[in-house]
Design a protein around this ligand. Structure first.
Ligand code: FES
Length: 137
């Protein structure tokens, strides 16, 4: 059986993604293929899309708890591909379950866009605030 792909939100900190994980840039270049990776969601990392702990100095205020949305992830497994869009969100494709910092399942599905600028009012999802705040990568 394939490994389940899981995103865990950390209170006031990054996303931890576990499973069969590939992180790519917008051109499709593989940045990392790992079973566990920390991804920035505060927008301040100097090593985007990866976390470099800048959320601590930045005082990233999000507690990582959110209202559930999304349906059931398929049982099959398979890779989770995460594309870091320039000046925009992380685009997730593949079966994934997202847990809030409170341990509750917040999303289960195969497609979503996660905020990495820190400015979304619908965290952890992108609400296009990155455009308004002039987020650059
Ligand atoms: S990346 Fe933060 S709102 Fe889109």
């Amino acid at each position: 059986m394939s490994q389940k792909n899981v995103v865990q939100l950390n209170a006031f900190g990054p996303l931890y993604v576990e499973g069969d994980v590939e992180v790519l840039d917008a051109e499709g270049n593989l940045l990392r293929k790992e079973s566990g990776v920390w991804l920035c969601r505060c927008g301040n990392s100097q090593d985007k899309p990866f976390c470099d702990s800048s959320h601590i100095a930045a005082g990233f205020p999000d507690d990582g708890v959110f209202i559930a949305k999304g349906g059931e992830a398929p049982d099959d497994g398979g890779p989770l591909r995460i594309v870091a869009l320039p000046n925009g969100p992380l685009v997730l494709r593949g079966p994934v379950i997202i847990y809030g910092a409170d341990g509750a399942v917040g999303f289960a599905g195969e497609k979503c866009r996660l905020c990495r600028c820190g400015g979304s009012l619908d965290k952890p999802f992108c609400d296009s605030s990155h455009t308004k705040i002039g987020f650059t990568t």
